[in-house]
Write a protein that binds this ligand. Structure first.
Ligand SMILES: NC(=O)c1ccc[n+]([C@@H]2O[C@H](COP(=O)([O-])OP(=O)(O)OC[C@H]3O[C@@H](n4cnc5c(N)ncnc54)[C@H](OP(=O)(O)O)[C@@H]3O)[C@@H](O)[C@H]2O)c1
Length: 314
């Protein structure tokens, strides 16, 4: 256990303005880690400062994972702070992502490029920048994948391709860093209560997809306006917290689903950082486990019909 006034272990987390990244930053800070909280803009760094005050154990750093200058500057700030505060870099949590939904035939190439650039090349670039500091401390690398890193769903090509890439990257990295006593863990949350599964999902349809020509949308959606309403009610439905274990079971059976708390994911991240023998993969939540088991049991076509084409029910 670390001392709160004098933590020794530091962690860098990307994408801490909301959702899982914000929950992980708060939770690890409470657990006594020194947290470098990555944000994209100075204004967001100021918001962190307003939240925690000028806490000496949480430092917001501007770190857009697509900007080489930001990454180099953040690595420099982290290096100087570690040295000044006599800290070790115990971990890097690659959490940032910019997910997009939609049919492959409709989405622009720019969307595919952008998602890979943030969600995969961002992970590669940030990892390479912090590798020397992590190596010195036998630090851990924790990469945020998803149940989408193992199973593919309709209209999720960009997200699933990005997460599959993270899975392969993490497996190779794990073998390469073993000589320094380092560990790499992949986190695979099921649906989690963050802006990504609420307002951003609605925005995907109401704003981003709605900008494509109607004749292209008509190829996939019989009535796009009705689809938007359907997505809104899907988000409302899964956002209702389950009333207990029986309600969870009922929802698992009828495929309705629910959202896990980001704190649950943050706690798993802490386990991956602190446990003596961390797992290579942490699959989080009953829904993710069920989907994953189905993927292993069913043929490709059977999985498509039962879950791949239906789980998001748009
Ligand atoms: N929510 C789920 O159901 C779920 C399930 C499985 C896996 N995940 C994974 O969990 C991670 C966190 O997602 P979340 O659900 O917490 O979503 P979120 O609330 O939308 O958070 C995404 C974070 O990434 C940041 N980000 C976006 N582009 C960035 C860039 N270029 N550079 C740096 N940061 C950037 C965002 O910052 P801005 O606010 O500046 O945009 C935000 O802080 C993602 O890797 C996601 O794929 C989520």
């Amino acid at each position: 256990m670390q001392g709160f006034d004098n933590p020794r272990d530091a962690v860098v987390i990307t994408g801490t303005t909301s959702g899982i990244g914000a929950a992980a930053a708060k939770y690890l800070h409470e657990k006594g880690y020194f947290v470098f909280a990555g944000v994209r803009q100075q204004q967001q760094a100021d918001t962190w400062t307003e939240t925690v005050g000028h806490d000496v154990n949480l430092l917001p750093v501007v770190l857009d994972v697509t900007k080489q200058n930001d990454i180099a500057r953040a690595a420099e700030i982290v290096k100087e702070t570690l040295s000044a505060r006599e800290l070790r870099l115990a971990g890097l949590v690659n959490n940032a992502a910019d997910e997009n939904l939609g049919p492959i035939g409709v989405l622009s190439l720019e969307v595919f490029r952008r998602e890979i650039e943030v969600g995969y090349l961002g992970v590669v670039t940030v990892t390479k920048a912090f590798l020397p500091l992590l190596r010195q401390a036998a630090g851990r690398i924790i990469n945020m994948s998803s149940v989408n890193g193992r199973c593919t769903f309709k209209y999720h090509a960009t997200t699933c391709a990005t997460k599959y890439a993270i899975e392969a990257f993490s497996d190779a990295l794990r073998m390469e860093v073993r000589p320094w006593g380092m560990h790499v863990s992949i986190i695979q949350p099921g649906p989690t209560d963050t802006p990504l599964m609420r307002e951003k999902m609605v925005e995907e349809f109401t704003r981003k997809l709605a900008e494509y020509p109607q004749d292209q949308l008509d190829l996939y959606f019989q009535d796009f306006e009705a689809t938007i309403q359907h997505v809104k009610s899907f988000v409302e439905r899964i956002s209702v917290p389950p009333r207990g274990p029986l309600d969870k079971l009922r929802r698992l059976i009828n495929g309705q689903g629910w959202l896990h708390s980001p704190l649950e994911v943050a706690q798993v991240i802490e386990r991956a950082l602190a446990s003596r023998r961390p797992k290579t993969r942490y699959l989080i939540g009953a829904q993710a486990k069920l989907i994953h088991a189905a993927r292993q049991l069913l043929s490709d076509r059977a999985f498509d019909r039962v879950l791949g084409e239906n789980v998001f029910d748009f």
